[in-house]
Design a protein around this ligand. Sequence first.
Ligand code: ARG
Length: 271
Amino acid sequence: MGRRTSVDMDRRTYVKVVGASGVAGLTGTAGCLGSITGSGGGGSKKLTAGTAPGFPPFEMKQGGELVGFDIDLLEAVVSESEYTLSGWEEFEFKGLMPALGSDKIDVVAAAMTINDKRDKKIDFSNPYYSADQSILVRKGGNFSPSKLGDLSGHPIGAQKGTTGEGIIKDELLSAGKLKQSNYNSYGSYVLAVEDLVNGNIDAIVVDKPVAQTFRSKRDVSIAFTHKTGEQYGFGVRDGASDVQKALNSGLKAVRDNGKYTEIRNKWFSDS
Ligand code: ARG
């Protein structure tokens, strides 16, 4: 499968992220990295995929290459269909839905939670993974929140445009339990974890499987998990029912033929 990544992150960001963490595979994106390849229109059965790396183990950069569960899964799913994948484009998470809308990409594979707000603007495949939100804190620190309200008065962070940010907005900021100045939004969770480890913020709200991955690589621990029952789906343009159907039958095929389990075991060794 021709995997085509676009412009790399600028060097300063690269050095900050990789140099400071010393962990391969957890690099993030600080800016919009997408470039336009077009979406293979004209009735050809080609799809360009979009993702937002820095969300391990779903999507991340490893030695300059885009890898992860979503990458392998979407490639397997599409190869079961009449479509072919022409390449991958990288964006900040919040840029993915606009990129779909402006035809820069045809499919989003970015651990994107299916919810009503998004469903009004785009369509989703059937669910392919479930997750709750976890609250990450510094390992061995003395801050041990056990519920969302305990985050009051502390600087906390999340990635822009995510459901983790949504929880902070809906349950803390709007409820007057957190000052706006205590909320820090990041282009990537890798940068948020960097700030957490360095003591610039005290907690992060992030999808549990990603929190577990960071916990195994960085000096962070999970203080508690906030149950949301989220389900990830592949995003397609509103009304793109042919692509949606192809992805759904592809998903069924990879579940039936064992490929889904194989990919899952490759990226989630301990669960
Ligand atoms: N599941 C969360 C959401 O849909 C977070 C997804 C972030 N994904 C990423 N590739 N950075 O909002």
